[in-house]
Design a protein around this ligand. Structure first.
Ligand SMILES: [Zn+2]
Ligand SMILES: [Zn+2]
Length: 150
């Protein structure tokens, strides 16, 4: 097992993931993700909670979604980088903002969702599966090589 590392912009909040290789990632081009990231899309990885450990202080923001599930966003209280999150809809998994991995240049993108909000001028790889809105969870999880959360 390797220890994959990452963290916030200032280095105060760091994490390690025990895994054989970097997790696969997907991009979400929805308005919420654009607003939240201040960028064209969010890039996300999901890892098992028991393989994930963070050190440093976190500021936690709680957001109830339309579906009734609650998401908990953890950010660095010093530099305000949003680093990881959990969601009551997928217990046992941590979502990592993929750009926070130290080796983010080696990440693989396996899906694009909400491409109906994709910013003009951004060309997506035609080989990568795309959905105009959300992808069916079982399809997305299988592309990410993860079992469906129970
Ligand atoms: Zn920081
Ligand atoms: Zn989104």
């Amino acid at each position: 097992m390797k220890k994959l590392k990452g963290g916030c912009r200032c280095g105060q909040l760091r994490y390690e993931v025990e895994a054989d290789k970097l997790p696969k990632t997907y991009a979400c081009h929805c308005l919420d993700c654009q607003t939240w990231s201040g960028s064209a899309f969010s890039q996300n990885a999901l890892v098992k909670t028991n393989a994930f450990a963070a050190t440093g202080e976190t500021a936690r923001f709680e957001l109830a979604g339309r579906s009734g599930f609650v998401s908990y966003q953890s950010a660095c209280p010093k530099c305000f980088t949003r680093v990881f999150n959990t969601n009551s809809a997928r217990p046992g998994l941590v979502g990592i903002r993929a750009g926070t991995f130290d080796e983010s240049n080696k990440l693989e993108l396996v899906a694009h969702i909400w491409t109906n909000r994709c910013q003009r001028g951004l060309r997506l790889d035609p080989e990568t599966p795309c959905w105009q809105e959300g992808a069916p969870a079982e399809v997305l999880f299988s592309l990410l090589d993860l079992p469906m959360p129970s």
